[in-house]
Design a protein around this ligand. Structure first.
Ligand SMILES: *[C@@H]1O[C@H](CO)[C@@H](O)[C@H](O)[C@H]1NC(C)=O
Ligand SMILES: *[C@@H]1O[C@H](CO)[C@@H](O)[C@H](O)[C@H]1NC(C)=O
Ligand SMILES: *[C@@H]1O[C@H](CO)[C@@H](O)[C@H](O)[C@H]1NC(C)=O
Ligand SMILES: *[C@@H]1O[C@H](CO)[C@@H](O)[C@H](O)[C@H]1NC(C)=O
Ligand SMILES: *[C@@H]1O[C@H](CO)[C@@H](O)[C@H](O)[C@H]1NC(C)=O
Length: 528
């Protein structure tokens, strides 16, 4: 009888956890910073879980509007669990009035010969066909607002088009297409236009500074000016500053802070892809290399969290079709990092496909959340993995933040009890389930209820992991610290692993170091 009750419990909690709506309520839009956290007026944490929505390519129209009504796309964004969009714009939209006010969506599509897409816009978004580009841009922001989606306006580059390379004429301040005064003028205008638009919560001042001219001295000089200009024009928005080297490097801030006249509005942003800094994921042991990248990301930006600044991982992502070998390795490591830091983020990208990218029409975005019909998710298991980092885990105003989660980046699931029985087996389940895990310095991995129970040892490879009264010492071994391990009776290292039915099992530890061909990820668990 007891057994029966226990096994029913699993079904119960799956039903429960799927009915708990994960709304990241954002009704109170004005945001501030409070040490490393982004908070609302009440001082409660608001975690940015965004998707990048490009609107900076040649037609200067938000992508996807030839495939779906903008309200349908806004709704999909919410339905996928995002609460925010990093909405990109080219500087010329603000500095060239002819482009902004005298070119309509129709004219813009006609001049690039995008007649099929123009027909699509006619069908799905008729109200924007004959309005100027700037009004079409505003219309998308309003649509997002209607669906409770926050917007961060990102000045992606100067000239409309795909971004970015070191040889672009708008890579760094002083380049032929990057006049700092024009840039500041454009930022002022953009900040002013959206002054009273509540869902616009931040401005990302310039994406991915780079190129031969880049230099920290100029970074301080111009970024500080840009930040003051934005703040003066619109004191409500968060001011978000991007680093050097394609926004992979904020290390220069270690010894020299920015000097601004205002407080509680400054956020830094960082980008991290598999190809960032030509990282050789392929030719290294994944476990060692992931540990190396943890240290690298800390040096290049993560340290800002420790110094009391919010860090916004405003671009990351990989090919959702699963065929990118390096990208897959990176993604598990990156997710473990993002979960542990509980960082604010924006995935690249929302895009199903682009109207026109680098001279080609209807280019599919393999990194995109939506399919090229701009309606269906491209890969639901990828979304499942991202869903773990969508809700905030800790920070001001949150309950339960003393409990740990044991996160499995490969699946996007967490270790949970199969039943409420004391000798319950452990399985992977939704991370939204609030299991009261703790992990102490004795290596005890424990569920803290009125009678505490912990992960038992004395097992052999292949056995299902169970809870019980005899706690064993579980060590976080290997460089990444994501192998959770103990020694069996014969002294072999066993690690937590997952079988094909998502049971948590003991297996011989694999890929701990050295071998570059071996994949440790089924044995990676991040305690956070
Ligand atoms: C916009 O077009 C009108 C009429 O074609 C013209 O008079 C005006 O000068 C143009 N304005 C800009 C900013 O290009
Ligand atoms: C401004 O935009 C118009 C329309 O796209 C373009 O024809 C013109 O060359 C642009 N002006 C400058 C100075 O870039
Ligand atoms: C910071 O900026 C203010 C105003 O521009 C200036 O007076 C002050 O000297 C600066 N402080 C530092 C440490 O650079
Ligand atoms: C989704 O991603 C997973 C894991 O990367 C991959 O195995 C799968 O083939 C992908 N599915 C689709 C439809 O691309
Ligand atoms: C320990 O080693 C013995 C002899 O090799 C083997 O029979 C036994 O199954 C091993 N036990 C475990 C727990 O691996």
């Amino acid at each position: 009888m007891t057994k029966l009750k226990c096994s029913f419990y699993l079904l119960w909690f799956f039903l429960l956890s799927s009915s708990i709506s994960l709304t990241l309520a954002t009704s109170d839009y004005i945001l501030f910073t409070k040490s490393r956290w982004i908070v609302n007026k009440k001082g409660h944490r608001v975690k940015l879980a965004c998707a990048n929505w490009p609107s900076h390519l040649k037609p200067v129209v938000a992508e996807g509007l030839s495939k779906q009504p903008m309200d349908s796309i806004s709704k999909s964004i919410r339905d996928m669990g995002f609460n925010c969009v990093r909405f990109t714009w080219p500087l010329e939209l603000m500095t060239n009035d002819t482009l902004a006010f005298n070119v309509t969506v129709r004219q813009s599509f006609e001049r690039y010969g995008l007649n099929q897409d123009l027909d699509g816009i006619h069908n799905h978004n008729p109200s924007i066909v004959d309005i100027p580009l700037i009004n079409a841009f505003q219309a998308v922001v309003y649509s997002l607002g209607r669906h409770d989606v926050m917007v961060i306006l990102d000045n992606h580059k100067t000239v409309p088009g795909w971004c970015c390379s070191n040889n672009d004429p708008d890579a760094f301040f002083g380049d032929p297409k990057f006049d700092p005064d024009q840039w500041i003028l454009g930022l002022r205008k953009m900040a002013t236009i959206f002054q009273n638009v509540k869902n616009v919560v931040g401005m990302s001042l310039r994406n991915e500074l780079r190129g031969a001219k880049e230099d920290p001295k100029d970074w301080y000089k111009y970024m500080q000016k840009g930040a003051e200009a934005v703040h003066t024009s619109n004191p409500n928005v968060l001011v978000i500053l991007s680093g050097l080297d394609f926004d992979a490097d904020l290390s220069f801030l270690k010894n020299h802070q920015v000097n601004l006249s205002f407080k509680n509005k400054l956020v830094f942003e960082l980008h991290w892809y598999a190809f960032t800094n030509d990282a050789p994921w392929k030719s290294n042991n994944v476990n060692d290399f992931c540990a190396h990248m943890f240290a690298h990301e800390r040096r290049n930006g993560g340290f800002l969290l420790e110094k009391g600044f919010p860090l916004f991982l405003s671009e990351f992502g990989t090919d959702l079709r699963g065929g990118d070998f390096q990208g897959n390795r990176y993604m598990n490591c990156m997710l473990a990092w993002a979960a542990e830091k509980d960082i604010d983020w924006a995935v690249w990208a929302l895009t199903g496909d682009y109207y026109l990218r680098e001279g080609k029409r209807n280019v599919v975005e393999a990194y995109g959340m939506l399919d090229s019909n701009w309606h269906d998710a491209r890969n639901s298991s990828y979304l499942q993995r991202l869903s773990v980092i969508q809700p905030p885990h800790k920070g001001p105003g949150l309950r339960h933040n003393h409990h740990k989660k044991i996160f499995h980046p490969l699946t996007g699931l967490c270790i949970v009890r199969k039943s409420l029985c004391h000798d319950s087996e452990l399985v992977l389940g939704p991370c939204t389930k609030e299991e009261p895990w703790s992990y102490n310095h004795h290596g005890t991995l424990m569920i803290k209820t009125h009678k505490s129970i912990c992960v038992e040892g004395g097992k052999v490879a292949g056995e299902v992991v169970k809870l019980g009264k005899e706690c064993s010492k579980i060590e976080r071994i290997s460089a990444s610290k994501m192998h959770l391990s103990l020694k069996d009776k014969n002294g072999s290292l066993l690690c937590l692993d997952v079988d094909s039915k998502n049971n948590v099992v003991w297996s011989l530890c694999k890929c701990l170091t050295g071998d570059a061909t071996c994949e440790p990820e089924s044995q990676w668990f991040q305690i956070f």
